[in-house]
Design a protein around this ligand. Structure first.
Ligand SMILES: [Fe+2]
Length: 336
């Protein structure tokens, strides 16, 4: 309501909507400065209310669309030419980028992490690998996180590498807390997984974002010709992995982009964003992560647990067989 402006003028009653009030015939004839100020302030107030309502609606819609708590379990077969027969069908569960720290209330809470741990245990993997970024900016909550991760069950154990956020927050404290809970840290080191007298080398490097990686040190002592799986938080290490003859590299770091407005564009750019790729003889899998950074939001990019199934065989042969089958199908169609 716009109040009367001058004591000598007749009382003016304008509609509630300031846009109408501005051109209301009864007030239009009294264009004093005070009048315009009142009308303008009324308009701003109205706009603020409308803006607030709009923002509230958008927040509600964003909450409904937010996939930050919808964990997707991705099954990814990986064919490795030199894989020992004893490892055919070997299941490796990968968890990455949990980001549990001062922001954990809204970013990654206990329920979310415990749900992931339960999901992994239900699958009963042979091995579990953690590919870094347990925290975002503080190690204050690493102890409860390490205790939650200690609940993971895997026949050959749980192995972990560190991410850039762990280094920025306190790499040694993160590593110590995980180690105390029985999680083996691979810091520019390797171990051998054994099955029926055969072995696969599992290597892990410190994060390359902070230039703490040393792949040569991690590789030192790995028997020639042995199948190698490398854990590297940052997937940009793929070039070195290829040159070093790594068979499979498992990474995180990207969060898959976290918010993907166009799935088509992200498919085009996915080479180092998420999922499986092949670079010559080396295969790479990038896990989208469990937590979030910057915003506690995921859109068209849910959190992920990857179940890598190792298979004997060559991916090239497999693709060739697929192309040949498709070609045969085409030929058959053209003959009709
Ligand atoms: Fe991360």
């Amino acid at each position: 309501m716009v109040a009367p402006l001058r004591s000598d003028s007749p009382p003016v009653s304008a509609p509630d909507n300031p846009c109408i009030a501005l051109f209301h015939p009864r007030v239009y004839n009294q264009p004093s400065v005070e009048f315009w100020l009142r009308v303008t302030s009324g308009m701003i107030g109205q706009q603020k209310r409308e803006l607030r309502a709009l923002v509230a609606t958008w927040i509600e819609l964003a909450r409904d669309a937010n996939q930050a708590r919808e964990i997707e379990i991705v099954h990814q077969p990986v064919y490795l030419p030199g894989l020992p027969k004893a490892f055919d069908g070997y299941l490796v569960a990968q968890l990455s980028d949990i980001h549990y720290d001062v922001h954990h209330g809204s970013f990654a809470d206990e329920d979310h992490i415990e749900a992931a741990v339960r999901a992994i245990n239900r699958i009963r993997p042979d091995l579990v690998v953690l590919t870094g970024d347990y925290v975002t900016a503080s190690v204050a909550h690493i102890q409860p996180l390490a205790e939650m991760l200690a609940e993971i069950e895997a026949r050959d154990g749980v192995f972990a590498v560190l991410g850039n956020h762990d280094f920025w927050s306190g790499a040694d404290r993160v590593a110590r807390a995980l180690r105390r809970q029985g999680i083996a840290m691979l810091r520019n080191a390797h171990t051998q997984l054994r099955r029926d007298g055969e072995g696969v080398a599992l290597l892990g490097v410190d994060d390359s974002t902070v230039l703490a990686h040393d792949l040569a040190a991690a590789r030192r002592g790995v028997p020639e010709g042995m199948t190698t799986i490398l854990l590297s938080h940052n997937p940009t290490l793929i070039g070195r992995a290829v040159r070093s003859g790594i068979d499979l590299m498992l990474s995180g770091h990207t969060h898959g982009g976290q918010i993907r407005l166009s799935p088509r564009s992200s498919r085009r750019r996915r080479s180092l964003w998420q999922g499986w790729r092949r670079f010559g003889p080396t295969q790479l899998y990038i896990n989208r992560g469990l937590g979030t950074v910057v915003l506690p939001v995921r859109f068209q990019c849910p959190p992920e647990i990857t179940i890598i199934e190792l298979k004997c065989g060559s991916p090239r042969d497999r693709r060739w067989r697929f192309l040949k089958k498709r070609e045969m199908g085409r030929r058959r169609t053209s003959l009709r």
